[in-house]
Design a protein around this ligand. Structure first.
Ligand SMILES: [Zn+2]
Ligand SMILES: [Zn+2]
Length: 158
């Protein structure tokens, strides 16, 4: 395992992931398609305190999602590139894999929301895929589930 680094387009924001991810999502939902202007997003799930800022100060933007909810997306204040977002848990960030210096250093562990997958995207046989979401307890490795428990424990104490 080696630390992964990444950043925005202008270079003002730089970050380091201080451990391996919990899990890597490739999400084909309509929200992710709209947010990225592309076919899907690749999100590296990792504890918030394992995203170490080396430079810059990403600012959260509340982006509307379907169903009336909002999602906080942290962007570089200068070039506005989206670096990571928060879904339900504040203790976990979804880091956009395309902002890594070496995006090939991660690969999706699961494909989700394939019900809205664009028809020309072909999925690999070896990676689990689900029309909507999946059961974390069944798919995540034991070590990641332990880390998730630690995040949840912190939350209930706060
Ligand atoms: Zn920037
Ligand atoms: Zn999505």
């Amino acid at each position: 395992m080696s630390a992964r680094e990444g950043g925005c387009a202008c270079g003002d924001v730089r970050y380091r992931l201080t451990s391996d991810p919990l899990f890597v999502h490739c999400c084909h939902c309509l929200n992710c398609q709209r947010q990225t202007g592309s076919a899907f997003v690749v999100n590296v799930l990792i504890e918030t305190d394992r995203v170490e800022l080396l430079a810059g100060d990403p600012q959260p933007v509340a982006a509307p999602r379907s169903g009336g909810k909002k999602q906080r997306i942290w962007r570089c204040p200068t070039c506005q590139i989206a670096l990571y977002s928060r879904y339900t848990l504040d203790g976990i960030r979804f880091v956009r894999a395309g902002t890594l210096d070496d995006p090939a250093s991660v690969a999706p562990d699961v494909h989700i929301f394939t019900r809205s997958k664009l028809p020309w995207v072909a999925l690999p046989e070896a990676v689990p895929a689900f029309p909507v979401y999946y059961d974390t307890q069944k798919l995540w490795p034991a070590a990641s589930l332990e880390r998730l428990e630690a995040v949840l424990a912190t939350r209930s104490e706060a």
